[in-house]
Structures are given as structure tokens and as C-alpha cells.
Ligand binder design. Structure first.
Ligand code: C2O
Ligand code: CU
Ligand code: CU
Length: 567
């Protein structure tokens, strides 16, 4: 009996090893700025022998693969200029996930790049050193275009990070790992479904990497459209986390498992100084995930059915060989000073909701933010420039959603009233809000105001986002009337106006008239000699207007005011 078990074990081990025969990890080339040329194009890959799988990628000619894209290296303080050409044969957008930049440069659903066109955003890099990424963000098309292979990583470097003894030789001891999953149909084409049946690292199935016996840094991105990864190592070693989405932590944090949801990044150090000749796996221990966590859900119907649901599976085999020259052999005890925003400085708390709803004709639940579906023309919030705000997201539903906000990096204040774990106490731009959980974060909306161009906030599960689990906010500029006060003695504020505009004067005003661009009177208001009058502008369309007022003293103002109204 004993012998029989032993034989069976040997056989099992053999077949597992055999099944795991891997493919070398592909590490994308880097591009350094300050100017970057990115071209999206379709192509094909050979994931299964000779079979051609139709895919798409960035800079296909130079990377040699029609999948994913080069890693962009930004230096904090540089002004980067991007030339993004779309040769896909269909519309798309390219979003710089995690970057703090003007809304019009953000690459959200409003910055559509038509087929054959080049989009040229530019901005000064203000983010901390960390790992970010770029990906398509066309409304209703995010899942499909991501699955085709479009995306890439961004590494921001800064002086604080450069001063630390950390591995930073890209491709040698500093390795990008973009985790994703794909489903292939019977003709080996990528299926447009939320979950895949096989895991990929940097687009490679059964990836393996020959590691040097020293301290190595992994920059791990969850680039999956829906799946979360409960990361750990097969040999039981801990994950030593040094950075979250938007920056280094104060000090390394060790955990056995780390749940990484769609869009999130983490940087870890792996000490392999004593491991020469060994091999082990970076593994998704997803068998322990609950039904209400993306990747732990077992749903035996299309399009959710998938082979990896609530299973453990390997992501990357790490085979340790000789160390390189000048290896990093120690890991620092402390990293940078993180100065989180103080809750006492918050000007307001915005309460957001996540809820499940059943919509007739749509199978399963549809997930809503703030009880509504995304509408490109609807602005949820107008955030005054420089506001420090707490966003409180309450999930009354039965499923966890990775909440992501553009423009800012935030600090998580609480999860259901309690302090978040240490690895969530740095800078973040995605936070998983579990079922029945309330997460509060704090952020400052600084530097870039533009009343006409919104930023997005949304669930980073691509299917949910495509189905409308997304909202918008604008950061509004301060009033611009200071110069006019001196000329006329009359103040019109705020300008641009949203719900209403106030006209204030030292002398009593008799009446106020607002004209549209064609000269038609849209508001005419007698003010009963008041020195301060509020005019409703909520009924006016976005655009420029001319505001005139007549003073009681009879002298009609000759300097009319340009009034802008923004919805
Ligand atoms: Cu990574 Cu709005 O996205
Ligand atoms: Cu983003
Ligand atoms: Cu969601």
C-alpha cells in the first residue's frame, strides 16, 4: 500500500513538472523620454505552436510582439511628450493610470483617438517614484481592447528612490510582472469575456524566469480585466512589500499573502542570495478566496465560467542561478517618509455608493456607482481646486469592486472604521471595496483645474466599467474676476458659474441682463436696488454669456462681463 502511494506520488510529480514546462518570461524593452512615440497596431501571436492568435500591441515592430507594449521610464520633474498613434483600425483612447496630470491629457473616454490619428498629450511628471501603467479606456470597449493585449507599464523615478539601496537595473534585478488571464476559443482566438482559463505574465503562458541569486525587485501589476490574485510564494517565503500604487512605503511590510485587485500595483523584494540552484513559484492562492471576491467567484454560466475560478495556480516559475556583478544583497529597513493627508484638514466628505441592481434584459446583477449608470455628459462632482476631501465609498452589494480614481493618489483612512493594513498606508489609486464594506480615503485635488474636462472614477473591473460603473468629476478653477473688480467695482462670481452666479456691487443695482452668444436675452432680473444678487444659472446650457447690469444711479455699465457657465 505504502509503495503504491509512493509510486503514485512520483507519477503525479512528474506529470505536474511536465505540464509546467515553461516559456521564458518576456520583459518588454524600455523607452526613455522626455519624448515618447507609441503606436498601436493589430498583429498576431503564437501562443499555441503554429496557430495564429489575433492580438494588438504598442510599438509592435520594435518590441517584436503584437502584445502589450514597452515600459516607459519617466523622471519626476520632466515634461514628457507623448505621440500616440492609433493604427488599430478602430477608435481607442490611452489612459496614463495613476498619473497626476491635466484632465485633457488623461486619456479617459473623452480623449478619443480616431483610427489613423496621433494624439499628443504632454505634462510635467509630478508623481512619486512607483509603478504605473497605460491602457485603453474607450467607453464600452475597455475589456475587449485590454484583452487584445493593449497596455504597458510606466516606471517613475525620483531622487528619493534613487538614494535608496534598491535593485533598479531593469530586466536584471528590477522586473516588471503584468499579471493577466485569457480565454481562448476553439480556433485559439482571444474571447471577449471577463475571466480567462489561463494565466499570463507579460503575455506569456507558463512563464519562467532565470533569476540571479541576490535581492530582486518585482513590480507587479494586476492587468487582468476582472480577476484578483491572492499572491504568495510556493516555498512559503514572505512577500516583502516596498511600494503600493503611487509610491514607496515608509518601510518594507512582510506578508504571507497579498490580494491584488484589477489595476493595483505593488513592488516587492525577493531575497534569493541563498537560493542558487533552487526554483519556486509566484503563485495565486485563489482557492481561499470567497465567492464575493473577483477570482473567487465560481459561476458556472457564460461568460463567467472559467478554469481558474477559486483555484490555486502558478504565475511565474523562478529558477535561481548565478548572481550578477554588484548584486544588491540586503534590503533596507526604512524607505521614505510618507506624509499622508490629515483627516482633520478635509473640507468635506463625499459619500459614494456601490450597489447591485437587476436591469431587465441584462443577465445577472448590474453594478452601480451612486445609483446611476455612467453618462458621458453627467458630472457627479465639482471639486474646487486644492480641496482636500474624504471620499467614503459604501458597498451595499454582494460583490467586491476595485474602486479607482483618476488625477490623484490617495491615502486609505479606514476600512469599516478600522485602520487599513500597513501595506495600504502609503499612496494608492485603486482600493478594493469588499461587499458590505465602507472604505474612506483622503486626497488633495491640486495643480490642475479645468471645468470643461472631467476625470473618471470607476470600478476597475473592465466589464463593470464598460457596463457603466463609472462617474466623473471636474476640478474647478478659482474665480477669475479679480481684475474686473478694480475696473468696474462690480464682482461677478464664481466665473465660470455652475448652479448660480452672484453679482455684487458697491452701488445698488437696478437690473441685470444675461445675453447668449446670439444676443438673445436669457435672464432679465430686477434686483430691487440690492447690492448683492444671486442669479440661477442651472437652467442655462454650458457656454459663454454676456452679463450686463444697470446701476440704480442710472449709469449703465459699459464694461459687460464675460460669464461662463459649465454644466
Ligand atoms: Cu486604469 Cu480609469 O483606469
Ligand atoms: Cu486611471
Ligand atoms: Cu465592479
Amino acid at each position: 500500500m505504502r509503495l503504491f502511494v509512493a509510486c503514485l506520488l512520483v507519477a503525479l510529480t512528474f506529470s505536474t513538472t511536465h505540464a509546467q514546462t515553461g516559456n521564458p518570461l518576456w520583459i518588454p524593452d524600455t523607452l526613455a523620454g522626455p519624448e515618447f512615440n507609441l503606436t498601436m497596431a493589430p498583429g498576431h501571436m503564437h501562443f499555441f505552436g503554429e496557430a495564429q492568435t489575433m492580438t494588438a500591441g504598442f510599438n509592435v515592430e520594435t518590441t517584436g510582439r503584437a502584445f502589450w507594449g514597452p515600459t516607459l521610464i519617466f523622471r519626476k520633474g520632466d515634461t514628457v511628450r507623448m505621440n500616440v498613434t492609433n493604427n488599430l483600425g478602430e477608435e481607442t483612447t490611452v489612459h496614463w493610470h495613476g498619473m497626476h496630470l491635466p484632465a485633457i491629457m488623461d486619456g479617459g473616454p473623452h480623449q478619443v483617438i480616431k483610427d489613423g490619428q496621433t494624439w499628443r498629450p504632454y505634462w510635467e511628471v509630478k508623481n512619486h517614484a512607483a509603478t504605473y501603467w497605460y491602457h485603453p479606456h474607450l467607453h464600452h470597449m475597455a475589456q475587449q481592447q485590454l484583452l487584445m493585449g493593449l497596455g504597458g507599464m510606466i516606471i517613475v523615478r525620483d531622487e528619493q528612490e534613487a538614494a535608496l539601496n534598491l535593485p533598479r537595473r531593469y530586466g536584471i534585478d528590477d522586473i516588471p510582472l503584468a499579471l493577466s488571464d485569457r480565454a481562448f476559443d476553439a480556433s485559439q482566438q482571444i474571447s471577449d469575456v471577463p475571466y480567462g482559463d489561463s494565466a499570463q505574465v507579460n503575455g506569456v503562458l507558463r512563464a519562467e524566469w532565470n533569476a540571479p541569486a541576490q535581492v530582486v525587485r518585482f513590480r507587479i501589476l494586476n492587468a487582468s480585466t476582472e480577476r484578483s490574485y491572492n499572491l504568495g510564494f510556493s516555498d512559503g517565503r514572505k512577500l516583502r512589500i516596498i511600494a503600493s500604487d503611487g509610491g514607496l512605503l515608509e518601510r518594507p511590510v512582510e506578508v504571507d499573502r497579498l490580494l491584488l485587485s484589477s489595476g493595483e500595483r505593488v513592488e516587492i523584494l525577493v531575497d534569493m542570495t541563498a537560493d542558487k540552484g533552487k526554483s519556486f513559484y509566484l503563485t495565486a492562492f485563489n482557492s481561499t478566496l470567497a465567492q464575493n471576491i473577483p477570482g473567487g467567484d465560481v459561476i458556472p454560466v457564460e461568460p463567467f465560467r472559467n478554469a481558474l475560478a477559486r483555484k490555486d495556480f502558478n504565475l511565474l516559475r523562478i529558477i535561481v542561478g548565478d548572481p550578477t556583478d554588484n548584486p544588491v544583497t540586503t534590503t533596507p529597513q526604512s524607505l521614505v517618509t510618507v506624509q499622508p493627508h490629515q483627516a482633520t484638514l478635509a473640507m468635506l466628505t463625499r459619500k459614494l455608493t456601490i450597489s447591485d441592481t437587476m436591469i431587465p434584459g441584462i443577465p445577472g446583477a448590474t453594478f452601480l456607482l451612486n445609483h446611476r449608470l455612467f453618462n458621458m455628459d453627467y458630472i457627479d462632482y465639482r471639486v474646487p481646486l486644492d480641496n482636500v476631501e474624504i471620499w467614503e465609498i459604501s458597498n451595499s452589494g454582494n460583490f467586491a469592486h476595485p474602486f479607482h480614481i483618476h488625477d490623484v493618489e490617495f491615502n486609505v483612512l479606514t476600512r469599516n472604521g478600522a485602520q487599513p493594513p500597513a501595506y495600504e498606508q502609503g499612496w494608492k489609486d485603486v482600493v478594493l471595496v469588499k461587499a458590505r464594506e465602507t472604505v474612506r480615503f483622503i486626497a488633495r485635488f491640486e495643480n490642475f483645474a479645468d471645468a470643461d474636462h472631467p476625470y473618471m472614477f470607476h470600478c476597475h473591473i473592465a466589464l463593470h466599467e464598460d457596463e457603466g460603473m463609472m462617474g466623473q468629476f471636474v476640478v474647478i478653477p478659482p474665480p477669475t474676476d479679480v481684475a474686473e473688480v478694480a475696473i468696474s467695482g462690480v464682482v461677478v462670481y464664481p466665473n465660470p458659474a455652475y448652479e448660480h452666479v452672484t453679482v455684487r456691487s458697491a452701488d445698488p443695482i437696478d437690473h441685470i441682463i444675461v445675453y447668449d452668444q446670439l444676443g438673445a436675452v436669457v435672464v432679465s432680473k430686477a434686483t430691487n436696488d440690492a447690492t448683492e444678487t444671486v442669479i440661477e444659472t442651472s437652467g442655462l446650457a454650458s457656454g459663454s454669456y454676456v452679463l450686463r447690469y444697470v446701476l440704480k444711479s442710472g449709469k449703465q455699465s459699459s464694461t459687460t462681463h464675460q460669464l461662463r457657465v459649465t454644466r
